[in-house]
Design a protein around this ligand. Sequence first.
Ligand code: SF4
Length: 316
Amino acid sequence: MVIMDSTRPVPAHKQLEAWLQYFDDLGIGSFYRDREGSSQTKLVDGARIAEPPAAAETECSPAAAEGRTLPTLLERADETPLRVLPDGPPTARVADEARRTLPPELRALVHPPPLLRFDEPVVENLESISADLGDCTRCKLHRKRHKIVFGAGNPAAALVFVGEGPGHDEDMQGLPFVGRAGKLLTQMIEAMSLTRDDVYIANIVKCRPPENRTPQEDEIATCMPFLERQLGAIKPEIIVCLGSTAAQTLLGTKKSISAFRGQWFDYQGAKLISTYHPAYLLRNPNAKSDVWMDLKKVMAVLGLKPPARDASRPRG
Ligand code: SF4
């Protein structure tokens, strides 16, 4: 991967070169051909850069032939009810199935496919993924970040927490969940009879969005392949999504988290459950009891003994 000095503007041709290398790393080798004079091109730093055309304008696109445009498909995907796992081992592969509803060329545009399934042999580790990420400039979030927050914890953790993105403290330290919300997450983990070293903690995007805004779709789509590779290397038994951005991204839905919080889903062979983000709990302490119920479900699957009294649940 091309390493770039993030303090200087990156020329357009270098950005394009980095993107092509990035897609090559992901095994994506085919690209659409931009029509001459298409309105889908724009000037960036004086160079003409092609933007992906709408699906309906893609030449020879079966989706276009059937009138199945990308926005329409995404809207329909969102209407598809999430499948709740029955008790017992997970069988459904919700995220995979949602992706499979898209034609292949749109699937690559919407969300690059994960390189590994959890039930396949591990061929890379967190160190090699971090080295591949490098001093990443793949999306615009790199411009104002101080440090990339790759993730931290046990590289063979049975339990992985996934949040939305770094905040100010995380951006300054390069570590996930170290601010006020992070302290509450630590209390939640310890209330489960675990430590932060027992679990792995990561985010959907690895650079702080300006003013702590929600990450945008293009930023998520660019950064997510690295989280997928991390999850593929760790092969956790359980993934806990913290907050709606993490839950909606991993499950491929735009439904409100309150519609599926506390329910089990399958994600690439791991059991996935969603609960409220610790930052939400700081603003809405009454929701702590809901979160504690969710964490007790996780403990039951991991065979962790609940504390003698629920009074020990996180109070932060
Ligand atoms: Fe790279 Fe992810 Fe940071 Fe974007 S958010 S610059 S993709 S590490």
